[in-house]
Design a protein around this ligand. Sequence first.
Ligand code: ADP
Ligand code: TRP
Length: 323
Amino acid sequence: MRVLSGIQPSGTFHLGNYFGMIRKMIEYQEKAELLCFIANLHAMTTVFNGSRLARDTIEAATTLLSLGLDPSKSILWVQSDVPEVTELTWILSNLTPVGLLGRCHSYKDKVAKGIAANHGLLSYPVLMAADILLYKTEIVPVGKDQKQHVEIARDLATKFNHTFGEVFIIPEPEIEEGVAVIPGTDGRKMSKSYGNTIDIFCEKDVLAKRLMGIVTDSSPVEAPKNPDRCNLFKLYSLFVDTKQKHNMRERYLCGGLKYSDVKKELTEIIWQYFSTAREKRANLSQDPGEISRILKLGAEKARDIASKTMAQVRTKTGVAYGA
Ligand code: ADP
Ligand code: TRP
C-alpha cells in the first residue's frame, strides 16, 4: 500500500500539524510504503522571501526527522527536486474547470484573509493533485481541511483516465475522526494563521505561557465541569492513555478542579512527550549537510517513480511524439 503526504515548510510546526498529520505518517512507515515530501512549491503561494523558504525547508525536514520519520523506512524529499510534478500540473490544468478552483474552501478562506488571489493560489489544488497522482498514491492521510483537495485529485485522476486512458490510481483520503481538528488555545482550529498555536519545539517557558492562555469557561473551582466541552481536556486527551483520561474526566465531573493545575500538568506532559525528539533535533541541527544529503537521496527515489508515471502520461497525452 502506498501512502503519501506533503507538508508545507512553515518554520515552526504545531500540535495540529503533529496530531493531524505527522504522527500518522510516522506510524505508516512501519506498515506501508510511505512517501513524504516538503511542499516548498505550495509554500511559494504565500512566501515571497527566498532565504526564508530555503531555511524553512531544511527546518521542516529537521522537524520530521526529529519526530521519527526514518529515511531508511520511507522516502523523504523536497517537492521541487522532482520537476516532473510541475509538468504534470500543467497537463492536469487542462482538465480542471476554473470555476471548481474558485469554489475551493481553502482558496476562498485564504483570499478572505487577505492573501493575494494570484494564479498559484488558485491552482494550488492542481499542484496537489499532481503530487498525489504522480506517485500512484493509494492513501493520503490529511487533516479535514485538505479533504476537498484530495477529492479534486480523485476527480482529475478519473477524468484523465477517461480522456486519455488508464494511468492513475484513484487515491483515498484518510481522516482520523478523533483528531480531525486539533483545537488551538482559543478553541478554534489550531492554525498559524489564527495565532493560537502550541508549537512542538518551543522553549519550556513559552510552552507554559501558551498553555496558560488556553481559553476555558469561567465556572468556579468547586463547580463540576464538563470535559466534553473543554479545549484543555481535548488537548490533554491527546497525550495520555485511556486510564489517565478517565481519571481526568472524573476530576472534571466531581468539582474542585482548577484549570490552572491541569495546564501546569499538561505543560510537563507535553515537555516530556517531545523530549527524545528535542534531543534528536538538537543533534541534527548541528549537521545541515546530512539533512540535505537525506533529501537528495529521497528525491532520487521519488524521481524514479515519477519518471515512470510521466513516461505513461506523455505517451497517452501525445506529448511524447514520433519514434
Ligand atoms: P496551518 O493551518 O497552521 O497553516 P497547515 O495548513 O500548514 O497548518 O497544515 C499542515 C498539515 O497539518 C495539514 O495536513 C493539515 O490538515 C494538518 N493540520 C493543521 N492544523 C491542524 C489542526 N488544527 N488539526 C488537525 N490537523 C491539522
Ligand atoms: N496542501 C497540504 C497542506 O497545506 C500540503 C500538501 C501538498 C499535500 N501536496 C500534498 C498533502 C499532497 C497531501 C498530499 O497541508
